[in-house]
Design a protein around this ligand. Structure first.
Ligand SMILES: [Zn+2]
Length: 185
């Protein structure tokens, strides 16, 4: 268990204190908060590959927060299958960026667009849903991107893992320690 003093202490920058969990084969599978990461470490379930510069203290010692950890035992990638197809998860996958105008919006101003409209036989599945701002969604209407003459920023795919809601995966806010492990994905 994590010592009480550790759990009570506030880590100021939550978004930069999470840990990226890699499977034993180094595939990124999940992001967890620092407490969970320290628990896994204390339980000897992971090896720590990178640390954050932030540390937390208990009465007896201080701990640098793990930034990237690797599971000692392989976990079947069922974890990735459990990424639920929900509004929030779609926004997270697309980084809250409208896939048509490439601008970033708050959740309130975002909608889900079916690339091939449901009325044209499109399905409600990861590969047919994208994040769209309401004005792009209106503009596209009940058309395919080709018909509407609107190009998609990226082809929608089923995500293999999802970051925490608190994490901003945009550019420089991503912990630098994670980058080498995400680069090849
Ligand atoms: Zn837009």
């Amino acid at each position: 268990m994590v010592p009480q003093a550790l759990t009570r202490r506030t880590v100021y920058n939550r978004s930069l204190s999470g840990a990226l969990i890699l499977n034993s084969g180094y595939e990124p599978i999940k992001v967890v908060n620092w407490r969970k990461a320290i628990c896994l470490w204390f339980q000897d379930k992971v090896e720590v590959l990178e640390f954050h510069s932030v540390s937390v203290s208990s009465p007896s010692r201080s701990y640098q927060l793990p930034a990237v950890v690797r599971l000692k035992q392989y976990v079947r990638p069922y974890l990735s299958l459990t990424v639920r197809l929900s509004r929030q998860n779609i926004f997270l996958r697309d980084n809250h960026i409208c896939q048509y105008c490439h601008m970033k919006f708050s959740e309130k101003r975002l909608t889900i667009d079916h690339v091939t409209p449901l009325s044209k036989g499109g399905k409600h599945e990861w590969t047919n849903v994208v994040t769209a701002c309401s004005s792009c969604n209106n503009k596209k209407g009940d058309k395919t991107p080709e018909k509407a003459n609107m190009r998609l920023l990226t082809r929608p795919e089923k995500p293999r893992w999802l970051p925490n809601r608190d994490l901003d995966l945009e550019g420089n806010r991503l912990p630098s320690a994670w980058r080498p492990y995400l680069a090849a994905r």
